[in-house]
Design a protein around this ligand. Structure first.
Ligand code: ATP
Ligand code: MG
Length: 410
């Protein structure tokens, strides 16, 4: 038996990697148009960076983290998400007084979950954080950027934006009390997980994936009547701004998100094209997180998207350009061929040369790699200062002066 990758991890080769790279390159470019700069933070952090900020009752912290003691005995965790590390970096780098910070990131994340289509133990996210502004316009703009990325990738048509508000702390306290009353009445019918959440964080029950819980959740009160005037104003402002950015959405009062750090805005872009793994991009406002990392109270809003899921939704990715195959015949021609190869590449053309083989073998290989042209360099042609350029689609062969080969193939 050969060596296999660890369960829940995958090799990305060929077309799979091209899809991933296309998602990242597109997102990076669009985020740049919105004024975001890329940050890269470490793949592992001190365990406290995640344990505190994500919420002690969140699924990620209770069941999914890759946490281990390193050889020095320190507890470290492979990052399960990007936001906590970005906020830690903001504080570590003394940037809490240099706001706003507009951050884009991309990279692998790690969660110990049951692997299935669109759900892996090492998966990949793109994400953005807008740190500093407290206005709902900021929430609308990061959502609009996410929407533009989905549109540019060509997947927006399959995806719906579901939007909710979690209000401010006062709204949530009042709402929480109403939820405790509601769920306590149905306590015996709740799943074990949700009974535990009832004590610690009843809002989280709204996010339960347990089939039995779903019915009780469906009958639960919504936050709308508990919103303070300020929270209501924020919610109205967000929806107005989204209209101005022309981002369509539906309201879903059940969206709470899986992590503890959200306030006001919570949203998910969802699709029914991926079975149970329907959320492709999700986020919200997290005004308390920077303070959790030891910084001053700092408003912030952001989202993360699953690259693996977006890659599954993509229709087609641009194929790599067709190469030019350089075909030397004989030792003297080989030296000239290297000059031609370099010239083609310097001109931005993809060019390849095999290291051995007769004309027939080399032309077979040129066809196999999908070459558009074969540049054939024989001793007789070289003596005349020309190459024969064969169009491999039409079969036409043309004598081209060596200095003109690059222009001919471009
Ligand atoms: P889910 O409900 O699917 O478990 P989540 O709420 O745990 O998602 P977030 O923490 O909000 O997900 O992460 C943002 C996005 O990252 C998700 O919407 C999804 O696209 C992607 N994602 C999360 N976990 C995984 C995973 N294990 N494998 C692949 N993609 C993932
Ligand atoms: Mg999850």
């Amino acid at each position: 038996m050969g060596v296999q990758p660890v369960r829940g991890t995958r090799d990305l080769l060929g077309e799979d990697q091209r899809r991933h790279a296309h998602v990242v390159a597109t997102a990076r470019r669009v985020a740049g148009l919105y004024g975001f700069d890329e940050w890269q933070t470490p793949i592992f952090e001190d365990t406290t960076v995640f344990a505190r900020s994500l919420g002690e009752t969140s699924d990620v912290v209770t069941k999914e983290m890759y946490t281990f003691a390193d050889r020095g005995g320190d507890s470290v965790t492979l990052r399960p998400e990007g936001t906590a590390g970005i906020c830690r970096a903001l504080v570590s780098n003394g940037l809490t007084q240099s706001l706003p910070q507009k951050v884009f990131y991309a990279g692998p994340m790690f969660r110990y979950e049951r692997p299935q289509k669109g759900r892996y133990r090492q998966f990949h996210q793109i994400g953005m954080e807008l740190i500093g502004p407290a206005e709902p316009l900021a929430d609308a703009e990061v959502i609009a950027c996410g929407h533009t990325i989905l549109t540019t990738l060509g997947v927006a048509g399959n995806v719906t934006l579901e939007l909710n508000t979690l209000g401010d702390a006062a709204s949530r306290a009042a709402y929480r009390a109403a939820l405790v009353t509601h769920f306590t009445a149905a306590r015996d019918a709740l799943s074990d997980d949700s009974r535990m959440r009832l004590e610690k964080n009843p809002l989280r029950i709204l996010d339960s994936k347990d089939a039995g819980d779903r019915e009780i959740v469906a009958a639960a009160p919504t936050i709308a009547p508990f919103l303070t005037p300020q929270a209501q104003e924020f919610w109205d402002g967000l929806r107005r701004a989204l209209d101005l950015f022309a981002v369509p959405f539906i309201e879903n009062p059940r969206i709470v998100r899986g992590l503890d750090y959200y306030s006001h805005t919570a949203f998910e872009f969802v699709t029914d094209a991926l079975g149970a793994q329907g959320t492709v991009l999700a986020g919200g406002r997290y005004d308390g997180l920077v303070a959790d990392m030891g910084g001053p109270p700092t408003p912030a809003v952001g989202w993360a998207a699953g690259i693996d899921r977006l890659a599954l939704l993509l229709a087609d990715v641009p194929a790599p350009a067709r190469p030019v195959a350089v075909v030397p015949l004989g030792d003297a021609a080989q030296a000239a061929a290297i000059g031609v190869l370099s010239a083609l590449r310097a001109h931005g053309l993809r060019a390849e040369m095999a290291y051995r083989g007769n004309l027939k073998k080399r032309l077979e290989r040129a066809n196999r790699i999908g070459a558009k042209f074969a540049v054939i360099l024989g001793e007789a042609e070289l003596a005349r200062g020309v190459a024969q350029v064969k169009d491999l689609d039409s079969g036409t062969q043309t004598d081209v002066a060596l200095h003109a080969v690059t222009a001919f193939c471009a």
